[in-house]
Design a protein around this ligand. Structure first.
Ligand code: GLN
Length: 308
């Protein structure tokens, strides 16, 4: 018998996964992320009928990192025809770490999907070609979707990413050598790093991503974000590629479209029902939140939901 949603259920789930803290590793490739306390743990849910639930550190902001890759794709979908996007980036799982260069060389500079770094960088390159102020536009989008006016970039994180940009720069330059990157590499990296450095809480993320559970139009918004077809497409990409080389494992354990970031956040969707955000900074070997996945797995089992 499936349990119904409540703050108490979320408290219970967090208590169950808390012992996992200590078994993962907080991202340490830049100092600004390495300093985040490992024992932070939060979860928030928004339902399509307008209810919100949360527990733990759900109101505390963190660096959303690769969760932003979904938002940049959404932005690009509003500026380009579908074909224009999908001739430059694929729709298939990569089975490789998020910052891998391996397939790019073999596949003539076309990234496997928009949720690995290479794919997100192509998307940011496309945004650069059509927008005069891509960083400002992204802020406008997240402020509108979340209904929170004071969302900002953590400029310290963005600067620190830029100081350690070698690998992402190499990815961009390799794509440029194949003709799949049109703008100045450093300019595009600047917007990509700022998007990664967006600071949001679980509460804000769950609200922001509710449109993916509502065929592209969340009840608190006055207009659709994307079409119902585009919503299904994004959910399909999240289900197959949202957790990098562990996307299959995540589908097996959790059974929902999801997207992670190395800040320890994960956004997940139960189509037609709810959006979920979890945060626990310690990561597994693939760079996905260890306790975050466990919390989603328990939640899915407790409420009896799976898209499969
Ligand atoms: N800023 C990180 C990077 O570009 C984002 C990666 C992630 O969250 N998986 O390497």
């Amino acid at each position: 018998m499936a349990t119904t949603l409540s703050n108490a259920l979320l408290d219970e789930i967090l208590a169950q996964v808390r012992p996992l803290i200590g078994q993962g590793k907080v991202a340490d490739y830049i100092p600004a992320l390495a300093e985040v306390p490992a024992d932070k743990l939060g979860i928030a849910i928004c339902t399509v009928d307008g209810k919100c639930f949360s527990a733990g550190d759900a109101a505390e902001r963190f660096s959303i990192q690769s969760v932003s890759k979904v938002l940049s794709l959404v932005l690009a979908m509003g500026l380009y025809e579908d074909d224009e996007i999908w001739q430059r980036v694929g729709k298939d799982p990569s089975g490789q770490p998020f910052n891998s260069l391996l397939q790019l060389e073999l596949e003539q500079g076309k990234p496997r999907n928009p949720f690995i770094n290479a794919g997100a960088l192509v998307v940011c390159d496309m945004l650069q070609s059509r927008l005069s102020a891509p960083k400002q536009r992204m802020l406008e989008v997240v402020r509108r979707l979340s209904g929170v006016e004071d969302l900002v970039y953590d400029t310290r994180v963005a600067r620190s990413e830029f100081d350690h940009a070698a690998r992402n720069a190499a990815i961009a330059w390799l794509m440029k050598s194949f003709g799949n990157f049109h703008n100045d590499v450093m300019t595009v990296l600047q917007s990509y790093f700022h998007y990664c450095a967006l600071k949001m809480s679980c509460d804000e993320l769950a609200k922001t991503f509710l449109f993916l559970a509502c065929q592209g139009r969340a009840p608190h918004l006055d207009a659709p974000v994307i079409s119902p077809l585009q919503t299904r497409q994004i959910n399909a990409l999240m289900a197959t590629s949202g957790m990098y080389e562990n996307s299959g494992e995540f589908a097996w354990r959790v059974g929902m479209p999801g997207k992670s970031g190395v800040g320890g956040g994960i956004v997940a969707v139960v189509p037609h029902e709810m959006s979920i955000a979890v945060w626990s900074p310690e990561l597994d070997a693939a760079g996905n939140s260890l306790a975050g996945i466990a919390a989603l797995e328990i939640l899915a089992a407790r409420i009896g939901r799976s898209v499969f």
